[in-house]
Design a protein around this ligand. Structure first.
Ligand code: ZN
Length: 406
């Protein structure tokens, strides 16, 4: 079968894709830690639509919080004669719905309107589930002379990936000859491929001073004042110590943002004895989190000595990015060409500040590319997928399979 015919069949599958997406959205797939019952029922339903593969492996895991809940992983393959598999990796779980009052329609009752399907999990990551299924569906098995085709429908992406991608990698389901496409982030024009991530660290600063009456500040230590001074110096110092930019990244520079700060005192005329703030810090790969911690500790110590306040720093989160996925060679060129031939625009490789599950592959030394067309309503109320984008993605992935597998 020619690629042209496959693309034609995908185009004709629009109604089927909408129907399967709608059926999927009616089955909630929220992690137990978020009050849900997991992806089990949804995975069973989707497995029923996976036909014509050489092998379908179910590697289910018991939830660590609630062992009565099964977290399902499905790996479907059409075998090629060569080494390696081109995987499209999609996750079946969703985040909770949030405040129902913010939804204009029932998040679990799909509504098709204006070329979109509304519902929780439509864009994140239903779009990828459907595009992966239909990209691989019409390419007959037995005709792959190069790499194998793989569709991975994984659990647990929205919390830790421990029972999904992380588990599957550790179990040895993948190899260094494999290529990973993770359609879980994109741009409306489909012109960006995410190949790298920043190093992330969240730091929390606790300042302990001494509370006193507002009229006698000298008798206490104003923790809020000390905190503000520490923060001002941190922001200036971070900027000075970590000035490099990396043009591959959006944004180009490292970012050092104060984010969370709980209240201090209930009344205006009390000098606060405690103050807390946190910073969200994302570094281009030229810098490491340890360098940032060292600067933070130095600044904190200087202010402790100057004021007599006690300043402690705790690390809330740390994510180290894996290697940058290759932007040279025939695999990357094939991806660029596939996107350009369907979307009509040559994409550009970028790095982002957000953490994606592609990083689990990159940390193993594998090349993983995050691409899809669209993006933007995920995790919010009134989430929707643009039906055209779902079809376009499937055509791009089918084209890629033809270049790398057939
Ligand atoms: Zn996602």
């Amino acid at each position: 079968m020619e690629l042209k015919q496959v693309l034609g069949k995908i185009e004709e599958s629009r109604e089927d894709m909408v129907r399967i997406m709608s059926e999927m959205i009616r089955i909630p797939a929220i992690a137990p830690v978020n009050g849900g019952t997991g992806e089990g029922k949804r995975a069973d339903m989707l497995a029923g639509y996976l036909e014509g593969y050489d092998s379908i492996i179910r590697d289910d895991v018991r939830d660590d919080l609630d062992p009565s809940v099964i977290r399902p992983n499905i790996l479907a393959k059409k075998n090629g004669k060569g080494k390696g598999t081109v995987w499209i990796v999609a996750h079946t779980d969703t985040v909770p719905v949030g405040d129902l009052k913010d939804w204009e329609t029932d998040p679990f009752e799909p509504v098709v309107k204006d070329g979109r399907i509304y519902g929780r999990g439509t864009e994140d990551n239903g779009q990828a589930v459907l595009s992966a299924m239909f990209a691989s569906k019409f390419i007959p098995k037995g005709m792959l002379s190069k790499r194998s085709i793989g569709v991975a429908l994984v659990a647990d992406e929205e919390t830790t990936s421990k029972l999904g991608i992380d588990y599957l990698i550790k179990k040895g389901h993948f190899s260094e000859d494999d290529v990973f496409i993770v359609p879980d982030w994109g741009s409306p024009e489909g012109d960006l491929i995410e190949v790298a991530e920043k190093n992330l660290i969240w730091l929390q600063f606790n300042i302990t001073g001494k509370s006193t009456h507002g009229s006698t500040p000298d008798e206490g230590i104003n923790a809020f004042r000390v905190g503000a001074e520490v923060l001002a110096e941190l922001m200036a110092e971070f900027k000075k110590q970590f000035p490099k930019e990396d043009p591959m990244f959006i944004p180009k520079a490292s970012t050092f943002e104060p984010t969370k700060s709980p209240g201090t005192v209930m009344n205006v005329n009390t000098i606060p004895g405690n103050f807390e703030f946190s910073m969200d810090i994302r570094l281009i790969p030229a810098y490491s989190q340890d360098d940032v911690v060292a600067v933070a500790e130095r600044v904190a110590k200087a202010h402790e000595e100057r004021t007599g306040a006690k300043i402690s720093i705790s690390e809330i989160q740390r994510h180290t990015s894996g290697k940058i996925s290759s932007t040279e060679g025939m695999v990357f060129d094939a991806l660029m060409d596939s996107i350009e031939s369907v979307v009509g625009k040559r994409p550009r490789p970028v790095g982002v500040g957000g953490a994606t599950c592609a990083n689990f592959f990159r940390k193993e030394g594998y090349d993983a590319y995050v691409w899809q067309k669209g993006g933007g309503t995920l995790h919010g109320p009134n989430e929707y997928v643009v039906i055209d984008n779902m079809v376009t993605d499937a055509k791009v992935f089918a084209t890629l399979f033809y270049k790398l597998c057939v």
